[in-house]
Design a protein around this ligand. Structure first.
Ligand code: MRU
Length: 350
């Protein structure tokens, strides 16, 4: 990986701090409009997270950290502890924007901690911390890319789900980082991307993002995944994560669980790539994860055009939990955990 040209394969930045405001690449409009929205308050950042303007577990943590910096503009405080008290309502509002991805609470906990310890220079301290959260995420993704790709046999096909790339992170991506590195090293010949209904993160975002790198993925309907695996065209399913529990159970975009079941049935390997900021050792198993349920109206149509029959009810959970027993490898920047379980997680993160 020393020869890897990161800039060649990693050009998109979904979050830009201007020094005065936070610019977010509007992921609701991609791929047809490439447009940044400008957030000048922490409330605007919280709304952008809830509305999926910015999305993906690491990205919402980074955006929220900058949201705290924006909230600080409205506050006068003598030291960090005083500022922490005054900023708590804004931090709590950011924290409530989405429930499942632990990176959001993790990033805000980091901001709270450094504030609590800061003196009169607390403004510079939180500015530095937000920047560090983003920089560490990018570095973690690049490390994971190398480690994950090393597990893939040359000539492989892979299937991914949702969007886990630069768009979902500070850059390079988690699962998509592994895929970028695997393609660059000639280990991956074919990338299949599931549509990821109802928001189409796969069809809209992953496909567009890979095209920016000159990688040509093959789009499949989510329902085609088992058939694809049976055909022998994929050797790995590679996905990201929104929360990895103390026993290795992993929450990710709805549909991931059924991919893991199908992968095990067909002898296809299943890899989760996520930074350690996604690991939540305080949650013992997937049973305790709060799964976000969004507006059922998201299921009634596509691109603003109604496709469902009128007056139907709908249930719209947007994440599911893959039990650790179906995961072959969890890749974080700290290393690879094969066949994850409670003791392997404890050894790596306890
Ligand atoms: O609802 P989203 O688009 O925020 O869901 C994103 C996912 O489920 C990703 O797979 C996960 O956050 C990992 S992103 C590196």
């Amino acid at each position: 990986m020393t020869e890897f040209d990161f800039d060649r394969y990693d050009r998109i930045r979904p979050i830009r701090w201007t020094g005065d405001a936070l610019e977010l690449l509007d992921q609701r409009k991609l791929p047809f409009e490439v447009e940044y929205v400008c957030c000048e308050s922490s409330d605007a950042v919280a709304e952008a997270i809830a509305a999926l303007t910015v999305r993906g577990a690491p990205a919402i943590g980074i955006a929220a950290a900058w949201g705290v910096v924006l909230a600080a503009r409205e506050v006068e405080a003598s030291d960090g502890a005083d500022a922490a008290r005054k900023l708590e309502p804004a931090i709590a509002h950011l924290n409530a924007a989405r429930p499942t991805a632990v990176n959001l609470a993790w990033a805000l906990a980091r901001m709270r901690r450094v504030l609590g310890e800061a003196g009169s220079d607390w403004r510079e301290v939180i500015d530095r911390e937000a920047r560090a959260i983003a920089e560490e995420d990018l570095a973690a993704n690049r490390r994971m890319g190398a480690m994950g790709a090393a597990m893939i046999e040359p000539g492989s096909g892979v299937l991914t789900h949702c969007n886990t790339g630069s768009l979902a992170t500070a850059g390079f991506g988690t699962a998509l980082g592994v895929i970028r590195a695997g393609v660059a090293q000639g280990r991956i010949d074919n990338v299949f991307a599931g549509e990821t209904r109802p928001w189409l993160q796969g069809a809209r975002l992953t496909v567009w993002e890979l095209q920016q790198d000159g990688i040509a993925p093959t789009l499949i309907a989510d329902a085609a995944a088992s058939h694809l695996m049976k055909s022998g065209k994929v050797q790995w399913v590679i996905v990201g994560a929104d929360r990895i529990c103390a026993n290795g159970d992993t929450a990710n975009k709805i549909g991931t669980y059924q991919l893991a079941i199908a992968a095990r049935h067909h002898g296809v390997k299943f890899m989760v790539a996520a930074p350690s900021s996604t690991v939540d050792m305080a949650t013992p198993s997937g049973d305790q994860i709060h799964i976000e349920e969004r507006d059922p109206g998201e299921l009634f149509g596509l691109g603003g055009v109604r496709t469902a029959a009128e007056q139907v009810g709908a249930w719209n959970p947007v994440f599911d939990v893959t039990p650790h027993t179906l995961i072959d490898a969890i890749v974080t920047e700290r290393g690879v955990i094969e066949n994850p379980d409670e003791s392997a997680m404890q050894a790596a993160f306890g």
